[in-house]
Design a protein around this ligand. Structure first.
Ligand SMILES: C[S@@+](CC[C@H](N)C(=O)[O-])C[C@H]1O[C@@H](n2cnc3c(N)ncnc32)[C@H](O)[C@@H]1O
Length: 276
């Protein structure tokens, strides 16, 4: 049964979500909260939204699990293969070859807010394609991070349903990089071996991940306030090697006064290079 949230409980919950995950629901998403959290409250045997509120400021192991499940349930995990495909054309044909020629160690790539894995695995397919179609060789290490343990578990499996396979994947890639298994389509080990997954909340420090040649942070910052977005962009710049590349989605921009990036255009895509 769907529970109803009153306006003061909604405000407390919004504040919790914003301060713990950056997710900014705005003033009228009560229906979304009720739809997504009613089953969760039932599972945790919390009887109402007002009964939930005290747990939001507790640190008992029950409260910690409940809070993490709430954040997980409120994330929007929309993704697909080769999403915004011109960006992957630019990655495969311009960015990766340029880095492969100058790199003397592994090429490190980060998919920040990777959802169920299609983005980092698409990067890995691009790397495989670059090697297949050119004389270039590269040792590629890709990390996918997300705040949702649910999508990370899906990503780690590397098995995708019929429906998700139909979203963005060319037939030739399906034949080259997947095999049919009883519960869907499993990625080949040639693609999976480059990619690992890790829980990470972008609001917290990520300097321990080290530095990357390429970062994709697409369709994630759109959920955050301008101040949080700005803070994350500055820290993403710190996490790029000199001359490294940042991809946001084609509708996202970098504030004009953040002058650590220059705009690059290629294959009709627009992306950003860290100014060394
Ligand atoms: C809309 S999906 C985008 C997936 C992929 N980047 C793409 O463009 O297809 C946004 C992802 O960001 C994640 N996310 C939201 N808030 C986050 C945070 N504070 N830290 C890390 N990931 C977060 C969500 O769990 C979700 O999987």
């Amino acid at each position: 049964m769907k529970l109803t949230i009153d306006s003061s409980s909604y405000q407390v919950l919004c504040h919790f979500l914003k301060s713990s995950s950056g997710i900014d629901l705005g003033s009228n998403k009560q229906y979304l909260v009720e739809n997504r959290l009613s089953p969760l409250l039932k599972k945790f045997e919390v009887l109402s939204f007002s009964d939930l509120l005290p747990y939001l400021s507790l640190s008992t192991s029950f409260a910690v699990r409940l809070k993490s499940a709430i954040i997980d349930a409120m994330t929007t995990n929309e993704t697909s293969w080769f999403r915004d495909d011109i960006q992957f054309k630019a990655l495969q044909n311009d960015v990766l070859p340029e880095i492969a020629l100058r790199a003397n160690s592994a090429i490190k790539i980060w998919s920040a807010g990777c959802s169920s894995g299609q983005e980092p695995y698409t990067m890995s397919i691009c790397c495989e394609e670059m090697v297949r179609l050119s004389a270039l060789r590269a040792n590629i290490q890709i990390i996918g991070t997300d705040i949702s343990e649910t999508v990370l578990a899906e990503a780690r499996k590397g098995i995708y349903s019929d429906i998700s396979m139909r979203r963005g994947l060319d037939n030739s890639f399906y034949q080259r990089y997947f095999q049919e298994v009883s519960d869907g389509y499993l990625l080949n080990s040639s693609v999976m071996r480059h990619v690992r997954f890790q829980y990470l909340n972008l609001l917290e420090s990520f300097s321990h991940l080290g530095q990357f040649d390429v970062i994709f942070c697409r369709n994630v910052l759109i959920y955050f306030s301008d101040a949080v977005k700005r803070d994350i962009l500055i820290r993403l710049a710190d996490s790029l090697t000199p001359g490294g590349y940042l991809f946001l989605s084609s509708t996202e921009t970098i504030p004009i006064d953040l002058n650590m990036f220059k705009v690059i255009r290629g294959h009709q895509a627009r992306y950003f290079q860290k100014i060394s």
